[in-house]
Write a protein that binds this ligand. Structure first.
Ligand SMILES: [Zn+2]
Ligand SMILES: [Zn+2]
Length: 129
């Protein structure tokens, strides 16, 4: 996957132990797959793609393998979900968009390609019902 136009953003976890800056795209992807729901504890997890080489991290994270091709990284102190690395996309870091500092760092969002697999209750939120 080729990244689109990038701009620099900053972000941090809920407790502030981890902060980062990265060059990211301006559109987030909302995902409500089983892993993203469990990982976030919420209906959706919003991801924004960034250039992995531009990621500068301060603080301590831990990671777990959420599948045989992806690892998810989180703050070791507060547990905030922060990043997802896909084995097949070595140049990309997916950043949990909810951890971005600037509310306008992302200008739009779209639904993930796995939308069909989402549970009905998450679809009713998207449909405004
Ligand atoms: Zn934290
Ligand atoms: Zn997902």
């Amino acid at each position: 996957m080729a990244l689109g136009a990038l701009h620099d953003v900053t972000g941090r976890c809920a407790c502030g132990q981890v902060s980062y800056c990265c060059a990211v795209e301006s559109q987030a992807v909302l995902c409500a797959c089983d892993l993203c729901r469990r990982n976030s504890g919420s209906a959706f997890q919003a991801w924004v793609d960034g250039r992995r080489a531009s990621l500068i991290l301060t603080g301590e994270t831990s990671q777990w393998a959420s599948s045989d091709h992806a690892t998810r990284h989180f703050c070791t102190s507060c547990g905030s979900a922060l990043f997802l690395f896909e084995r097949d996309e070595p140049d990309v870091v997916e950043i949990a968009a909810g951890t971005l500092d600037e509310p306008h760092a992302v200008s739009s969002s779209r639904l993930s390609s796995r939308y069909r697999d989402w549970p009905e209750w998450t679809k009713t939120v998207v449909a405004g019902r």
